[in-house]
Design a protein around this ligand. Sequence first.
Ligand code: ATP
Ligand code: MG
Ligand code: MG
Length: 379
Amino acid sequence: QPVLGVLGGGQLARMLALAAAPLGVKTLVVDNVADACAGQVAPLVVADWADYDALEAFAAQVDVVTFDFENVPAETARWLAERVAVSPAPQALAVAQDRLAEKTLFRECGLHTPDFMTVDTREQLDQALAAIGVPAILKTRRLGYDGKGQFRLHVLADAEAAWAALGAQAAKHGLILEAFVPFERELSVIAVRGRDGDFRTWPLTRNWHVDGVLSMSLAPAPDIGQLQQRATALARTLAERLGYVGVFALELFVKNGDLLGNEMAPRVHNSGHWTIEGAYASQFENHVRAVLGLPLGDTGARSPSAMFNWIGELPDASALLRTVDAHWHDYGKQARPGRKVGHATVCAPDARQLATRLGAIAAALGREAQVAPVLSALG
Ligand code: ATP
Ligand code: MG
Ligand code: MG
């Protein structure tokens, strides 16, 4: 029986393990905390990323290693790759870990990006602000997620506060200053590439963030015209450049009909959770298939779907559990402000019925504000 090894034991590892089981694949997870939520559904090895004795034993038990957590040190990934198959490859992980390398690659692949400049010193921050202007966002090049490690500058005088917040990171990991893009829409393309080069994308997903954290997703994104083909072609170019194997997400802004690359995630992605119930093969199933060299499943959508992210704490499940084709996901994590503790996906035969279902759930949960942008996108 094949064994999938996963570095990181969060909800992504948990959903990978749940998708692996019906394929006859066992999962073994490594995390540095004993209460990692994937441990509720798969055996968990508790070890540090530099605990090479534990990693050696782990590598000996698995057929392939993959990631739930994109910030596993590239060094750890490279060390493992000398012992066991690692997908995606450590060099692809390394590019996605650094916003500078990532945006540079995007441009090389013909994907436009917001204007950006690297910032390593306080003086370079002033120079970058003079070139890029405000509004702008200062971001750590490495280790940021869910909008952490970012500072939004509205006026030039915000430079002091931005440096106070992130200056210490500049010396360690480097920063970049990005132009703030007044985008019309935010989209993501979830893509998968198999070992044999077979490449597929799911229909584009439209996303809404609140305070830098994903709040809602809607798929297939309505009214996208030619953007699907363009996003798919760009994702394919990226994947082939990186020799990528597995699922990844490409986060995009749409401005004046142009696609701008925000970042890529070298793993299954929150904006692809709708594929569990809304697509023929989910991102989790196809990731497992890809990294084990199995044929890929169909990435087509079964129906329009919307996903709610539950941040901080779970709402009452009952309204959702009573709704037709609505699906509850409790990650089994302790409630904590800002933490992703679960999600729900609602599917319906068409956009109108999806809007009706979402509206009813939102009213029952007091979540009208969270759902409002999705309802207006559904028309
Ligand atoms: P995650 O990895 O969880 O997606 P992150 O911490 O890497 O998040 P980003 O994706 O860079 O953060 O930013 C989070 C959100 O903030 C984006 O999805 C977008 O809504 C907004 N954002 C980021 N950069 C810009 C920008 N240059 N212009 C406008 N909005 C932006
Ligand atoms: Mg990110
Ligand atoms: Mg992001």
